[in-house]
Design a binder for this molecule. Structure first.
Ligand code: BMA
Length: 323
């Protein structure tokens, strides 16, 4: 295992923006407790759109869009919540959380997968949109208990594919399921499992941002959870899935690459959490911006070179086993 030189808490692959947080409740156009875990996409005109999870003063979450020309400053935030739990959808009666956005060229629309929370538990719902103003809700695609889901932007031999995270006996692993119609998903299989014992990703794993297509495979940024004497720690690692058979995990990093470091990541409504839900790739094809929830309280951004992430993973990753 090779680390970059220097006294750092994690390999220096992601560089935090020096004005984090980029978005927080105190700069919100309406009353909000916290603003965190945002899905991200670059719109066709180059605008960065974040779909932010906003927690109100009841403890329930909804989603609100924020747009910025440069993805860092001068955010234009919708004056009112953009996507709120709908009375016709009892699966969201306790709120909607943690969106992941994928543009589907074949549909010329964005697929937003989000956690729909209700007394039944958290499940995964799909809404399609072309403008982030009106949404076509398709309802639950993965029933409780399941979350951390994103769809791939292209169809494979076996159809559309989505990564998701069902909770199974005492653990929670990343699965991949296929669908012919974006409505019924099946043929599910585990692609990346939680490790054991003292590992940083032993308690559970889940997808962070939607998979990023590279010539070498689909790059995953995934989160791992470790339970300690003072609670849980959320960190992120890298994995690579086969380009044509995304159920095959080719490489997985042993160390995490991005964990809580700054005060705003260490202390908040939930301490010691960095939770990315989206990235944007800048027009140079290499600069990746990762938007992440800081301690379930605010939104930060960190930048990485896609080439450097792949090179590091090839040098430091190993072929995973599913045990
Ligand atoms: C996970 C999700 C995230 C949250 C994290 C830490 O289970 O619910 O939304 O950021 O816990 O609280």
């Amino acid at each position: 295992m090779t680390f970059l030189p220097g006294r750092h808490r994690d390999p220096v692959l992601f560089h935090r923006h020096d004005r984090n947080p980029v978005l927080s409740a105190d700069r919100w156009p309406y009353q909000a407790n916290t603003v965190f875990n945002a899905g991200a996409t670059l719109l066709q005109d180059g605008t960065t759109l974040l779909l932010c999870r906003v927690e109100d003063f009841r403890g329930l979450s909804h989603l609100t869009a924020a747009r910025s020309r440069d993805g860092l400053t001068a955010w234009k935030i919708d004056a009112e919540p953009t996507l709120v739990p709908h009375p016709d959808h009892p699966e969201e009666s306790w709120g909607i959380e943690d969106p992941r956005i994928t543009y589907l060229p074949e549909e010329d629309a964005y697929a937003v997968l989000y956690t729909a929370y209700s007394p039944e538990g958290p499940g995964v719902a799909l809404a399609m949109t072309s403008d982030f103003v009106t949404f076509d809700r398709r309802g639950l695609i993965f029933p409780p208990e399941d979350k951390d889901a994103a769809i791939f932007p292209v169809r494979f031999e076996e159809g559309w594919a989505a990564l998701h995270r069902p909770v199974t006996s005492n653990t929670a692993n990343i699965h991949l399921s296929f669908s012919e119609n974006l409505r019924h998903f099946g043929n599910s299989r585990a692609v990346l499992t939680a490790r054991r014992g003292p590992w940083w990703d032993a308690r559970k794993v889940g997808l962070s941002a939607p998979p990023i297509r590279t010539p070498e495979g689909w790059l995953l940024i995934y989160h791992g959870v470790k339970t300690t004497g003072s609670g849980v720690l959320y960190r992120n690692g890298l994995a690579l899935l086969d380009l044509h058979h995304p159920d095959r995990c080719l490489l997985r990093s042993d160390p995490w690459v991005f964990g809580p470091r700054d005060l705003s990541e260490r202390v908040g409504d939930v301490d010691n959490v960095v939770f990315p839900c989206g990235t944007t790739l800048l027009p140079d094809g290499d600069t990746l911006r990762m938007y992440y929830g800081q301690a379930d309280t605010s939104i930060g951004v960190a930048t990485a070179s896609l080439r450097a992430l792949l090179d590091w993973l090839k040098e430091n990753g190993s072929v995973p086993t599913l045990d």
